[in-house]
Design a protein around this ligand. Sequence first.
Ligand SMILES: Cc1cc2nc3c(=O)[nH]c(=O)nc-3n(C[C@H](O)[C@H](O)[C@H](O)COP(=O)(O)OP(=O)(O)OC[C@H]3O[C@@H](n4cnc5c(N)ncnc54)[C@H](O)[C@@H]3O)c2cc1C
Length: 386
Amino acid sequence: MPDHIADELAMFRQTLREFVSAEITPHALDWEEAGRLPRSLFARMGGLGYLGVRLSEASGGAGRDFRYTKILVEELVGSGSLGIAVSILAHAEFATKVVDRAGSDDLRKRFVAPAVRGELIGALGVTEPDAGSDVGAIRTRAVRDGDEYVVNGSKTFISNGNIADYVTTAVRTGEAGPRGISLVVIPTHTPGFTAAARLRKIGTHASDTAEIVFEDCRVPAANLVGDENGGFRLIMQGFEGERLVLSVMICAQMRLMFDAARRYGLERDVFGHPVLGFQAWQHRLADVLTTIEAAEALTERAVDLYVRGEEANSEISMAKLFSAEAAVGVAHDCAQIFGGSRYMEENLIARLQRDSLAFSVGAGTSEVMREIIARTNGLVPPRKAT
Ligand SMILES: Cc1cc2nc3c(=O)[nH]c(=O)nc-3n(C[C@H](O)[C@H](O)[C@H](O)COP(=O)(O)OP(=O)(O)OC[C@H]3O[C@@H](n4cnc5c(N)ncnc54)[C@H](O)[C@@H]3O)c2cc1C
C-alpha cells in the first residue's frame, strides 16, 4: 500500500477513535438501555462525514473504498456496544449503499444525500416471517397502479425498523422465485406503513429491531431501485458487502474480548498469583489469539479482493463463516477467566458474550455460507440426467 494511503487511513482511524471515545462510548450503556440510538447521533456522524464513507461523491459521500468502512466498523465496535455498530452500518451500508449504486439520480437526491448527512435514517427490509435464508421465497407484493406501487406484506428482524425514515424493501413484482423480486424505497411516513412493537433481543440492545407491516402502502414507481424484477441480483451483491462488514465486526469484537480477558488475567490474583500465572490459562488464551488471527487473516484476504474489485464471494463467505463460528468459543473462553463476574450484567464481557450469538445468523446464516462455499468450489455434483 502506498505511504500516502497508509497515512490517510491511519489519520482516519485516529480522528474516528477520538470521536468514538468522546461522543459514543460514554453513552453506550444509556443507548443499550433505551434499545435504540438517538437521531442526534446520526446527525452528528453525518455532519462529520462518517455516514457517507463508501457512498458516492455525487451523493455527498466520500467515495472511499471498503478499507475505510473496515476502520469505521472496528472503531464503532471499540465502543463496547455491538448494537451501535449494527445500527450505523445497517443505515449507511445495508440500506443505502444499494440505492447509491443502482438507484436513479432522483433516488440518490431524495434518500442517499440526506442519509449521508444523517437527516434521514435507513433500514433494509428483506427478511419475512416465512422467508429468511430463502430470499427467493419472499411474499411482500408490490402491484403497479399507474405511477405507483401498492405494497402489502410484512418483514421481520429489521434493524432500525422503528427509527428508520425509509426502508429499502424487497418486494415481489413478478413471477414466483428470485426472478420476480424488486427493490423499492418505502418512506416510513407512507400511510399503511406500521412498525410493530420493538422486538426484544438477547443482545445488540442499542440496535433497534422491528417487525414492519405494509397495508396498501402507495409508493411512487420512481422509488424502484434498478430494474423491475432485477432486485434479487442487487440483494445478493449487497450481501457481499454486508457479510464483509459482519466479518470485520466479529474480528473486532473478538479482539475486544481477548484484550479484556488478558487484562483481567494479569490483574486478578488467585492462590497468590495472577490467573494468567497458570499455564492452563496462558495456553487457553494462546489458542484464542491464534483463532482470532486466523479469522483476521481470512477477513483481510476477503477485504483485499473486494477492494480490488475481484470475485470474492467464496472468500467473504469463508471469512464470515469462520469468524462467526469461532466467536462463540472465543466469547466463552474469554468470559470464563472472569469467574462469577462473567455472569454479571454490568461486566462488559457479559454483553460482548451475548452479542456474539447473533453473528452466525445476521447477513446470512453459517449454513448459507457453507452452501456458497460448496457451490463456488466445485463441491456440488452435477445433477444426473434422468
Ligand atoms: C440481530 C438481527 C438483525 C437482523 N437484521 C436484519 C435486517 O436489518 N434486515 C433483514 O432483512 N433481515 C435482518 N435479519 C434477519 C436475518 O438476515 C435472518 O434471520 C437470516 O437470514 C436467517 O433467516 P431466518 O431467521 O428466517 O432463518 P431460516 O431461513 O428460517 O433458517 C432456519 C434454519 O435453517 C437453516 N438453513 C437455511 N438454508 C439452509 C440450507 N441450504 N442448508 C442447511 N440449512 C439451512 C438456517 O441456517 C437456520 O439454521 C436480522 C437478524 C438478526 C438476528
